[in-house]
Design a protein around this ligand. Structure first.
Ligand code: FSO
Ligand code: SF4
Length: 542
């Protein structure tokens, strides 16, 4: 049997990806990832039987393992196989302490090699979760939501921040995925996934801001200098920190790509004079941009696209990211820094990056910075200078239909302010929308996880205006999604009570018509429509 995957927005319509992923994931990689999730379910069942608790190191292992299965994170079969072995060992450790071992194949299955794993995956993953397609759809929402929030939890853990209630939820939710559970309980689990996603984003926000300071208004250059450079992409700020320390004084410049752009907004990184700017744009354009960058590229997380030979020998992965044939920099066994010297030595031999643009991007409007401007913002709303905020957070993607977001941002009335976060911003962050009484019309909070900041801002405005309901604020949500972190962010917004979200460029394939209509009824979620129609509706609060 071939692969089956429907976890991201680019899933093949109606069938899911069954021969090869649109993302480039092949059948073996897909099956190995499914098997990994399957063994994690066995771990959860054993942990549940032992009282529902995981040790912090065990919880952290689950965050990493789930992150490995997120779209565009890891395409390296050997690395995924190693994780399956480690997961089997953890499951057996937990099983060993039980007198009453749960009766489920994922608890007893004993694979030995890659071939066993690929074979096993024919019945692994979510495929055997439920015969009923609506129940399966709800279980998919839970599984994809946990994958997304696990990625955020992992970033916080890397910085030494832990919330054990997130581990309790891994156990509860992963165990539930193996059982016959009715629609009501699954719906409650979907909402609990949203609640846990809020916790994960809050934890990461605390980890990032306590470690690196609160993001500040920053102008980031998009041109290049005449020195060799290293390009760093993905979301991991600790890797950013270590790379900047290790490159200081070497004559190598450091540039960000895609979701690493917001690193420029943190005080801890501003002090480095060799941290010079952002190169290129969103993840899916990395083929062209990595080629013209000329120097080494470090991918700290997703989104990796199939790597071209032209830059493969200049590319490195680290953390949970991986790609067959691309060198991987592992974390040291004992506490300490990763060693990026191989990348730095390679950079010294490379020509400087080729300039592809020469402008500026303004960002750094996370909650602390916006709340510092609260009086100005509230006055502008009261005077009518700002009529509406449009939250345009989320992901970017390859399809031309995503041009919709550029058109919406460009055509919004001049008394609106766009609040953004995530790589979705690359569809409009170079439009120069101007400002309203000194408040920029495009406020970038940061990475996709900083969507949490947007929720904090909304809750603050609700308090300032003395409103009972977050939906009474002059805020509309026009969200773009791509992978499972966006599923987690969406569930987090629903948990916080946000209604009327527009979601595009398409609704998830894994939602059955029945489940989609429940979301429409309960939360007034709607697919995006036309640019003019949606702008008119949003300005009327619809
Ligand atoms: Fe984008 Fe990729 Fe951050 Fe995602 S780079 S698409 S939601 O991984 O994580 O926003
Ligand atoms: Fe297809 Fe997306 Fe799965 Fe890749 S991650 S195989 S594109 S559904």
């Amino acid at each position: 049997m071939g692969m089956y995957c429907d976890q991201c927005q680019e899933s093949v319509k109606e069938t899911g990806c069954i021969a090869r992923g649109v993302c480039g994931k092949n059948e073996i990689t897909a099956k190995l990832q499914d098997t990994l999730v399957y063994v994690l379910e066995g771990i959860a069942l054993c942990a549940e039987a032992a009282g529902g608790k995981l040790r912090p190191d065990q919880g952290r292992f689950i965050s990493e393992a789930l992150f490995v299965t997120v779209t565009n994170t890891n395409f390296d079969d050997d690395a995924i196989t190693d994780k399956i072995f480690a997961a089997l060992a953890l499951r057996d450790e937990l099983k060993g302490s039980l007198t009453d071992v749960p009766d489920h194949d994922s608890v007893t299955w004993a694979g030995r090699n890659k071939e066993d794993f690929a074979e096993k995956a024919a019945s692994a993953g979510i495929e055997d979760l439920s015969e009923n397609e609506d129940l399966r759809s709800l279980k998919s929402l839970v599984l994809y939501g946990i994958k997304g929030l696990a990625a955020y939890t992992d970033h916080a853990e890397v910085l030494g921040y832990v919330d054990e209630s997130i581990y309790d939820f891994y156990v509860k939710a992963l165990a539930a995925l193996t059982k016959e559970v009715d629609a009501d309980r699954l719906t409650a689990l979907v909402m609990e996934t949203g609640e846990t996603a809020v916790k994960a984003m809050a934890l990461l926000d605390k980890a990032n801001t306590e470690t690196y300071g609160n993001p500040e208004i920053t102008i980031v250059k998009t041109g290049v200098r005449n020195h060799p450079g290293i390009l760093i992409s993905g979301h991991d700020l600790r890797d950013m920190d270590e790379l900047l320390r290790q490159t200081e004084g070497t004559g190598i410049d450091v540039y960000t790509h895609c979701e690493m752009l917001p690193a420029h907004y943190y005080p801890a990184f501003k002090k480095y004079s060799h941290f010079v700017g952002n190169y290129g744009s969103s993840w899916w354009s990395q083929d062209k941009e990595f080629e013209s960058f000329n120097g080494p590229i470090l991918m700290t997380t997703n989104c990796i696209v199939p790597v071209r030979e032209s830059y493969k020998n200049r590319m490195f992965t680290t953390g949970n990211a991986g790609y067959e044939g691309v060198r991987h920099i592992s974390a040291p066994k004992n506490p300490g820094s990763k060693d990026f010297s191989e990348i730095i030595e390679l950079a010294k031999t490379c020509p400087p990056p080729k300039e592809i643009e020469n402008g500026e991007i303004v960002g750094g409007f996370a909650h602390n910075q916006v709340i510092a401007l609260a009086d100005k913002v509230v006055d502008a709303v009261k005077s009518g200078a700002i009529k509406r905020f449009i939250v345009m957070a989320g992901c970017d993607g390859r399809q031309n239909t995503r041009q919709y977001y550029t058109s919406v941002a460009g055509a919004l009335p001049e008394d609106t302010v766009v609040l953004t976060a995530g790589c979705a911003k690359y569809r409009y962050n170079k439009l120069h929308l101007g400002d309203i009484e000194g408040i920029p019309r495009m406020l970038d909070a940061g990475q996709c996880n900083d969507s949490y900041s947007l929720a904090v801002i909304a809750l603050k405005l609700k308090e300032v205006f003395g409103l009972d309901d977050i939906n009474d604020l002059p805020i509309s949500y026009d969200i773009a999604w791509y992978e499972q972190k966006a599923v987690a962010v969406l569930l987090a917004l629903l948990f916080l009570g946000v209604k009327g979200i527009r979601l595009g460029p398409t609704l998830p394939e894994f939602l059955t018509p029945n489940i989609a209509s429940v979301l429409v009824e309960k939360f007034d979620i709607k697919p995006i429509g036309t640019v003019d129609g949606d702008i008119e509706a949003m300005m009327e609060g619809r």
